[in-house]
Write a protein that binds this ligand. Sequence first.
Ligand SMILES: Cc1ncc(COP(=O)(O)O)c(C=O)c1O
Length: 389
Amino acid sequence: MGTRSLLNRRLTGMGTTIFVEMSALAVATGSINLGQGFPDTDGPHEIAQVAASAVLAGRGNQYPPGPGIPELRTAIAEHQQRFYGLTYDPDTEVLVTAGATEALAAALLALLEPGDEVIAFEPFYDSYAACIAMAGATRVPLTLRAPSFRPDLDELRSLITPRTRLLLLNTPHNPTGTVLTPEEVAVIAELAVEHDLLVITDEVYEHLVFAGTHHPLAALPGMRERTVAISSAGKTFSFTGWKVGWVTATPELVAAVRTAKQYLTFVSAGPFQYAVAEALRLPDTYFADFRADLHRKRDLLSAGLTAAGFRVFEPQGTYFITTDITPLGERDGLDFCRSLPERCGVVAIPNVVFYDNTDAGRSHVRFTFCKQDAVLERAIERLAGLQGR
Ligand SMILES: Cc1ncc(COP(=O)(O)O)c(C=O)c1O
């Protein structure tokens, strides 16, 4: 095979994701996995029934239409109208993707030229770094710093250069739980307009906001024409394995993203698209109950982690809690997470892997609370003994 490295330079250092490593450790040690963000209870039975019936009725078993089935595109447009007052044409301004992950990949591959700069909040969701790299672009981190994890908007201004093409924004933000305020969103929008930047918004936790509300950037003046808004059904409806995501944007932006998307998966999840169309039309009570349930779980885990000696940074949204392990006499989150399963049978994720400026996140560790109460309680019991070990 010669001496040349098999993995290309763009992906060097991006070997196995931390989620694979930590989930394997959870299985190997029989630990409670509060690492990867997937619920241990499936979403609404009636929605699962729609998917099962679609399979049996032969709906979506063959390649669905490239942009997504019309029923789902219409439901996505209705959802944007219902929750945010945003109007999108289901035929030209909505694109169904294989989860938000494919939407992000397709948008970055379509919109970036090699050498472009992309500003993104760090800690960043791990696929951002990989997709920016695959596009040959450069990531420029705007570090969200403890304890508030608010973006420093003066710093954002100073990071913009003539090479900046795009802002990649995640709100509610994984892993810090930061939810952008109307004031922050307004300043970011002004900067995007002033510097003629494209914006990709990752809004997969849009329905998991416990303090304040979710503010889509596309709703601000001058933003609709430059924003590729991305979301997905995985988190909102607790069906992360279905991988149904979507893009809403202008026809020009959707056409660009679709060009890349058609060579990634082309299409996916036929029968599930019918089910997600139904899910998006669930009554307001579904969304309110889902949020209230997760809010309660957040408080349960937050209290347990505090009692166990962690410093807890209370998240305003998402289903993650970021903690600082310094009060436990620990400093290195990666070492801590690698030893935690042996020490007390719990798996967590070290935030440091989501940073370029690793010092800012070295002692931070993330736990998810999208698990059954009994599982969270057992994890809390196990963590409570940590200080003596
Ligand atoms: C911030 C963020 N974006 C995107 C995704 C991926 O979403 P999907 O499962 O729809 O691809 C996740 C999943 O954890 C996430 O946390």
